[in-house]
Ligand binder design. Structure first.
Ligand code: PMP
Length: 966
């Protein structure tokens, strides 16, 4: 069929068939009845039939579709099914025919019935994980591999979507575009594609291809973890024999809808394809021009379709969608995408030969060059100094000339915060500090182009060299010979090579684009005559493997593929490529990461002395006094240990010693530590799935007073929960057992910071004390001002415990824990022997403990926690009002929880959704993890220096993800 007929055919509206006619057809030919619903299609009529037991798709097309082509589709479906590919089966009609030729109301039509694949396309999914892109690429590879030796006479056809006709079709359809700007963009892109394809097409292998393996035609369903799993591929209407690479180009073009403006995001599809069905380098080079052509054809076809069938809402809806593909496809230079595709397929693009170049700076003392490290771990970067504009240049010029920055280094100065996109951190050129007036010469013959401000570009036959910081440069457009002067340096010179002379490259690239950009902007080392290349970063996967092989695995890490992080600053953690993640998890680093006061305090004390509490030094007395000042009246003795576990373990021993009993009340679902005793009182299933079966007989857990989802609900449920306390105590009384005491967190931490019901601790403490027991408040998480409204958690309940245990934030990460109590309790232990912890209360720990308190005070961190915490809670509450999944907020200050439920009545926990949300937050540069026994609560416990801007970024991101759907 000639192309003109084809275009005419593509302009036909879909066949029309009333519902009654469809029912009659199904009854007459297939003996089937049921309800019908319309499925979208550009040119055919697709109806889903639901019989109650089974579902089918009735596909009706115009009678002028060649029978042979439809038979080819059926044969391919059968062929693929035989090879285990997930494609629908064709159901024969009553007479055994799988393809019906009909005439309805004078319209010649063809109809067939296919199995319906349950699931849905992900067309409108805004964010598509790389895994899904890879799966679509892999599916395309499997189909191509399976069809490699499939043949049928119906494959030879002239199809509008066949890329072999793209150029002709584009030329033919371009006039439908009214907007001259749009037209010229399309022309430019497709001209470039044509130029590249011209040298490749002769070597492209052909075979049968599906040619429509897209987000529209792949059917997915969620598994139990709410992860999308591929169910099958439908719509074989474009089956044709053409270039094999055409199939992947169609898939890649469709994936551009989900690339969020960055075409490199589709590379997982290429990688996955290549792994299963390796493509030749020629095919890989043809891929991007074919994608550009496909993008242009999609836009033009839709525009044309709309012109002939203005009522087709499907086409109308699609037009913006098609332009999005085109805009994304043209968002980066062609050469970058070509390099990225080759790299994804494991082919490193070739590098230019710079061996016979003259030196750029012939007089430079090359052996004296200082390599200046501006990377994430650079010792030059401290206490946030990299945030000041001009940091890199200042560091370079502070070094004696000659000094040079490093090509390919991920620079800390380029990081950014509270933003979803990766920062462009990877240096694509170098900067030099050279003696003022240093002569600069052309390494090769070329043409000089001035770009103003001492910036210019030397274009040679092979590459372009971008320079800035020059005076006395040649005239614009002047031809220069190799070795000819390009000017003199003003002292600070920037040098960047680029293999694509048609673009002005950026100075920095985002980590995900760095490899491709570095292929386009290779190192200028050969032109400089010295090594200016950064050391490659250690492979984070290899490091993780070493961890797994040496560090006992019960000590888990966050995320399956965790980012490699060696630096933090304030409430951010910064990975080795300079991406800053908002740290919403680290309740230990209360002051924030990298605090200069911590650095100074520990360095000073280490330089003086670090011993143990058996020696006599001032810090131990000073720190103990300061802790007692923070505690309520009556507390007069301190023990210093190294962790919350130790503090709680010691508190249990104190209760035993003081009461003479062993039996202890604890609260279900709490966590108190890992030692034998603290593990015994910890019943959080998330920490220990066997928690309830493994209690020793001295532990008596009471019902968790969870006012949100516990057995009794609401703030006035104290009386109900106390009945369980009474029951446990009555049982001990009946058995004549002496109670040692009760331990609990005064705010229910494991469930995201739920307040205990009013009056609960007052009553419970009274009951415990009446039996000679000791009341222990585990303030390890909630104490020290984290709640914002109270310094200690027990203040909320209006009680005073007998023992306070504290750790975590009090050392800002330095191992430091404390038990604060009264003298008579402390002395009860003394009667049993000494207590000594080798590092507990060491001079370094005490100094750090005091510095933490000083900084909290000086920087107003308690006030910030209260004020920003209130704002935070209000913003979270607004999410609860907006999104059904956001069930409730808990906590206060910087101890907050957002609980996700599938149903506000049953409170069915949205465990899988919470995990998906946390993973998605990480993509947006936020660290967040689930907590609670159902892992359905966001554990929000950031450093206490967290700002309103960070809170806004966090809440806006959660809002965005909940709006996109989980
Ligand atoms: N008590 C509570 C309430 C805790 O949350 C934790 C730690 N998560 C501990 C005790 C144990 O503290 P550490 O990890 O310092 O031993």
């Amino acid at each position: 069929m000639p192309l003109s007929t084809l275009i005419q055919r593509s302009s036909l509206p879909s066949p029309s068939l009333s519902e009654a006619q469809a029912h009659a057809l199904l009854q007459a030919h297939y003996d089937l009845a049921g309800s019908l619903s319309r499925l979208g299609s550009q040119q055919d009529l697709n109806l889903r039939l639901d019989t109650g037991q089974e579902r089918f798709v009735l596909k009706v097309c115009h009678g002028n579709y060649a029978q042979m082509e439809l038979e080819a589709q059926h044969a391919a479906l059968a062929y693929l099914r035989e090879q285990g590919l997930p494609v629908p089966a064709v159901r024969p009609a009553r007479d055994g025919q799988s393809l019906l030729a009909l005439n309805i109301d004078g319209q010649p039509l063809r109809a067939r019935l296919l199995d319906y694949i349950e699931g849905q396309p992900l067309t409108r999914l805004k964010h598509m994980q790389p895994r899904l892109m890879a799966e679509l690429g892999a599916l395309c590879a499997r189909v191509d591999k399976a069809l490699a030796d499939f043949d049928h006479p119906g494959l030879v056809r002239t199809l509008q979507w066949d890329p072999q006709h793209a150029q002709a079709l584009i030329e033919h359809l371009l006039p439908v575009l009214q907007d001259a700007g749009q037209r010229s963009r399309l022309e430019q892109a497709t001209r470039l594609a044509a130029a590249h394809l011209a040298t490749l097409v002769d070597d492209l292998p052909s075979q049968a291809v599906h040619l429509d393996i897209t987000d529209d035609n792949a059917v997915w369903a969620r598994d139990e973890q709410r992860q999308w799993q591929l169910q099958g591929i439908i719509d074989f209407g474009d089956l044709v024999r053409t270039w094999r690479i055409a199939d992947l180009s169609v898939t890649c073009a469709a994936l551009l809808h989900h690339a969020e403006g960055d075409p490199l995001r589709i590379l997982p599809a290429v990688r996955a394809y290549q792994a299963l069905n390796p493509l030749s380098e020629t095919e890989l080079r043809a891929l991007w021009p074919l994608v550009l052509n496909r993008a242009a054809v999609l836009v033009l076809s839709s525009e044309q379709q709309l012109a002939v069938d203005p009522g087709n809402q499907y086409t109308r809806d699609n037009i913006a969608h098609e332009w999005e593909i085109f805009d994304t496809a043209t968002a980066v230079p062609f050469a970058l995408m070509e390099a990225a595709i080759l790299q994804a397929a494991g082919i490193e693009p070739s590098r230019p030969d710079l061996a016979d170049c003259a030196l750029l700076l012939p007089d430079l003392a090359r052996e004296a060059v200082t390599r200046v490290d501006l990377g994430v771990l650079s010792p030059l970067c401290e206490a946030g100094n990299w945030e000041q504009p001009g940091f890199d240049q200042r560091q370079l010029t502070a070094q004696p000339a000659p000094a040079c920055s490093l090509h390919g280094q991920y620079r800390l100065s380029q990081t950014h915060i509270d933003r979803p996109d990766e920062p462009a951190t990877c240096a694509l050129g170098v900067e030099l500090h050279v003696p003022n007036g240093s002569a600069v010469q052309a390494p090769q013959a070329g043409t000089w182009q001035r770009h103003g401000d001492g910036r210019g570009c030397l274009r040679t036959a092979q590459w372009a060299l971008w320079l800035s910081g020059l005076e006395d440069t040649p005239a614009d457009g002047q031809a220069v010979a190799k070795g000819q002067a390009l000017g003199n340096s003003c002292g600070f010179l920037s040098v960047q090579l680029c293999l694509d002379a048609s673009i002005q490259p950026p100075l920095f690239a985002a980590p995900s684009q760095a490899a491709a950009w570095l292929a386009l902007c290779p190192s200028p080392a050969a032109l400089l005559g010295f090594d200016c290349d950064a050391e490659p970063l250690a492979d984070p996967q290899a490091l993780l493997a070493r961890r797994d092989a040496s560090f006992a695995r019960s000590q888990k890490h966050y995320y399956a593929q965790p980012p490699h992080i060696e630096r933090g600053w304030r409430n951010y953690l910064i990975d080795m490529q300079g991406r800053s993640y908002l740290d919403m998890l680290n309740n230990v680093a209360v002051l924030g990461h990298g605090h200069p006061r911590m650095v100074a305090e520990s360095a000073r004390q280490w330089s003086l002395l670090n011993t143990n509490s058996r020696f006599h030094y001032a810090a131990i007395a000073e720190f103990s006094e300061r802790l007692l000042k923070l505690a309520p009246a009556g507390f007069d003795r301190v023990f210093l240990v190294n962790s919350g576990t130790e503090a709680n373990d010691l508190a249990i021993r104190l209760a035993w010693a003081y009461s003479g009993g062993r039996d202890l009340l604890s609260v279900l679902e709490a966590y108190h530590g890992w030692s034998v005793a603290t593990d015994a009182i910890s019943t959080s299933i998330a920490d220990n799935p066997q928690a309830l079966e493994t209690r020793p007989d001295w532990v008596h857990p009471v019902e968790a007073p969870n006012t949100f989802r516990g057995r009794y609900r609401g703030a006035d449920s104290a009386g109900d929960y106390l009945r369980d306390v009474d029951a446990k105590l009555a049982d001990l009384d009946a058995r004549g057992r002496q109670l040692a005491g009760m331990i609990c967190e005064p705010v229910y931490g494991n469930a995201g910071g739920i307040s205990l019901p009013a009056g609960y601790l007052k009553e419970a403490y009274a009951k415990v004390r009446a039996r000679g027991g000791v009341c222990i408040a585990d303030e390890v998480q909630v104490g020290y001002g984290r709640l914002g409204e109270y310094f200690w958690g027990f203040e909320e309940q209006g009680v005073v415990p007998d023992i306070i245990t504290m750790a975590k934030g009090m050392g800002n990460g330095q191992p430091l824990g404390a038990v604060i109590t009264r003298r008579e309790i402390a002395e009860a232990l003394e009667a049993q022997g000494y207590f000594f912890s080798s590092a507990g209360g060491s001079p370094v720990s005490c100094r750090i403990g005091m510095a933490v308190l000083d900084v909290m005070d000086e920087e107003g961190l308690w006030q910030n926690t209260r004020e920003t915490g209130r704002y935070f809670k209000a913003r979270l509450q607004a999410l609860v009002d907006k999104h059904p999944l956001a069930g409730a907020t808990h906590g206060s200050g910087f101890y907050l929880g957002l609980e996700l439920v599938r149903d506000r009545q049953t409170l069915e926990p949205a465990t899988e959704e919470t995990m998906v949300l946390c993973d998605r937050l990480r993509d947006l540069g936020i660290f967040m993890q689930p907590t609670g026994d159902y892992l359905n609560i966001l554990k929000i416990k950031p450093p206490m220096c967290t700002t309103r801007a960070s809170v806004d970024y966090f809440v806006n991101s959660v809002d965005r993800i909940l709006s996109e759907g989980l």
